[in-house]
Design a protein around this ligand. Structure first.
Ligand code: DGL
Length: 272
């Protein structure tokens, strides 16, 4: 039977809009509810426990808002929280991880680069990915919190943004990487700068479209697609300062209303 609730999608901020864009392209008729958890932005350099607690909180709010499925549009949150969310929630949970496997398959010279957050690159989940898929290749990683900030900073000059990207990819290029993995959803918004920095002979892999395909496959398998031909709606929440975030949302997504993420009732917070 068709299910009418929205697909809930979250990230520490607006980086996950790159995944939302892929979901919108794959599933035009679905309602989408996006939560940018700016109250804890950025997740990437925080303790894993804090990101786990916060991911539970945001996912619960999305489910309370009617979400029929949750997409963790964040590599950092997936690394520490996806298993717990899957065990605790009754709705399907789709996570994402750096595309090490496709990169290892695509490299021609056996050297791949991964740009990510400290949290993702230090996680057991990422270590497991390397062990499973990267035995035969050299993997050069670069932790780039400055690019997470740059992706959301619409006041930053183009020259400054390009300089940050150039510095971030330099060690990857020096090591000879011919594939660069965007291991953080924010970096999809810097794809043009990254392409300029690495040149045409280096492939760039973004996981967003694969997440959208996996979501579509899962919803179809579970009979949870909304169906019909009417375009779905989009709603945007932030847990941060709404008025200062409207401009970055407009820059990254286009005109859209930004709402404050609803807080759980006090009684519920006290007990749970
Ligand atoms: N966009 C997120 C990711 O994919 C997290 C960025 C951050 O908050 O540090 O990892």
């Amino acid at each position: 039977m068709a299910q009418l609730g929205p697909i809930g999608v979250f990230d520490s901020g607006f980086g996950g809009l790159s995944v939302l864009r892929a979901i919108r392209a794959a599933l035009p008729e679905e309602h989408l509810l996006y939560c940018a958890d700016h109250a804890l932005f950025p997740y990437g350099e925080r303790e894993a426990g804090a990101v786990l607690t916060r991911s539970r909180h945001v996912a619960d709010a999305l489910v309370a808002g009617g979400a029929k499925a949750i997409v963790v549009a964040c590599n950092t949150a997936t690394a520490v929280a996806a298993d717990a969310l899957r065990a605790e929630l009754t709705v399907p949970v789709i996570g994402m991880e750096p595309a090490v496997k496709p990169a290892a398959a695509a490299t021609r010279n056996g050297v791949i680069g991964v740009l990510g957050t400290g949290g993702t690159l230090a996680s057991a989940r990422f270590a497991g990915l390397l062990e499973r898929y990267a035995g035969e290749v050299d993997v050069i990683t670069r932790r780039c919190p400055e690019l997470v900030e740059a992706a959301e900073d619409c006041a930053m000059s183009a020259a400054r943004r390009q300089a940050l990207v150039d510095a971030a990819v330099a060690p990857l290029l020096e090591a000879g990487a011919d594939v660069v993995v965007l291991g953080c959803t924010h970096f999809a918004f810097l794809r043009a700068e990254i392409a300029r920095a690495v040149g045409p002979s280096v492939d760039i892999i973004d996981t967003g479209p694969a997440v959208a395909r996996e979501l579509a496959r899962r919803l179809e398998a579970e009979g949870m697609l909304r169906g019909g031909s009417r375009r779905g709606s989009e709603r945007f929440w932030t847990s941060g300062e709404r008025t200062t975030l409207e401009q970055p949302l407009a820059a990254l997504w286009g005109g859209a209303e930004l709402e404050t993420m609803p807080q759980r009732p006090a009684a519920e917070q006290a007990t749970g």
